[in-house]
Structure formats: C-alpha cells, structure tokens
Design a protein around this ligand. Sequence first.
Ligand code: SF4
Length: 229
Amino acid sequence: MNLSPSSLNLLLTCPFAYKLKYIDRVQPKFNINTIAGSAFHFALSKYFKTNRYDFESSWKEYRNYNPEVLSLSFNEEDKIKNNLFAMLKIYEPFARDLKVISSEEPFNIDINDIGFKGIVDAITEDSIIDFKTTNRIPSDITSSHIIQTSIYSILTGIDKVELHYISEKRVVIYKTQVSSEMKEKTLMLIENVKDILENKIFLPNGLVHPYACKYCSVSNFCYFVNGIS
Ligand code: SF4
C-alpha cells in the first residue's frame, strides 16, 4: 500500500475519486493551473539550486521534461506562461528572502504499514516550506493542508511549517507549529484509510463535500456525479 500526502487528501475527500485517479488511472482533466503550479515548483527549485531567478529559461527546461506540454495549443501555452510568470514575479522577493538548505527533497517512509512517498518543497534551518499555487487564497490553513503538514513534520522531525499561498495577485504566508496532538490525529486518520484500501470500499463522498465535485479532476469519469447532474 502506497500513498502520498496528496493521494491521502483525495482519499479522505472522495474515495471514489481516489480510485479513479490512482487505481483505474484515468487521465485527469487538462488544467492550466495545475501545469502552471507544477512549473512554478520546478522554477523555484531551480532558483534555490542555481540562484538564478529566470522565468523564460526555467519554463523552457520544464517544457522539455514534460512532453504533454509540447502538445498544447499556442493559446493554452500562452495562458499557462502568463499565469506562471505572474506568480513567479509576485513571489520573487519572498523567494530571495528564504534561506533554503534543501529543496524538492523526496521522501519515502512507512507509517502504519503504508508506504508514504512525496516531495518536500523546501527546508530552511528551522522550517518546512510548502508552496501552494492557487486562484483563491484561503482565509486560513485548510484542514487538508494541516494533515499534509503533519505528515511532513512526522517525516522530517521539523515542527515549524510555513504554507506559502501564491496567486497571480498576492502572496499569503501562514506559519504553524505542528503539535504532538496533530501528529497523533494524523496517524489515526492514516489507520482509518487503511480500512478503505484493504476493504476496497470507495464511496463517492465528494457528493456531500461543498466543492469537491466542482474541482474534481476526474469528474468526467464519475457516473455518480454525472447521474445527478
Ligand atoms: S465528481 Fe465528486 S463524487 Fe465523483 S469522483 Fe469527483 S469528487 Fe467524487
């Protein structure tokens, strides 16, 4: 059994969406913001390694590593670049302020017999930094991001976490300290999801979640939501 913080979040939000994406492996819907977000992480990681904050060259390099981008239309690519470059521009002073000692660090660990894999965006001397590119910056850290930060904290042994929410127009930074209680609750959640995976009962819980179906990347394969629309 393997999970990442994002697949765990999907499993908690809607087990059926998890099944479609990670077991059936359907092709998620094309999403400009997802590609721009992924390219943003790539550009930041490159900056932390080279100290060069260069929008164009990091986009060109990202394109070469991601063949699906090569099949985009001119307009689609233009939209992605505009979104990406706006986020990189607004985040530049914050990036230059960070004293990053490690970036895009892969991890792999067993928690309650589930293999967890993922990548920590950046680590400074005393904090984990997680970048969240988004169109809508939340008014506080979301519960799914609290679970994600707890997993990072369990993995790295670092309790201070900063979530940097970045849109085209603004940057909001939330700082939190992951408590022992949060870590214990996260371990309990992981224990519960083991039951879902072992018993293979993937309910369409997204239907009762305020926004899950609206933003679901695999909703075009979901006969539950298609049946009620
Ligand atoms: S559309 Fe809604 S119910 Fe269907 S898989 Fe996505 S989140 Fe789940």
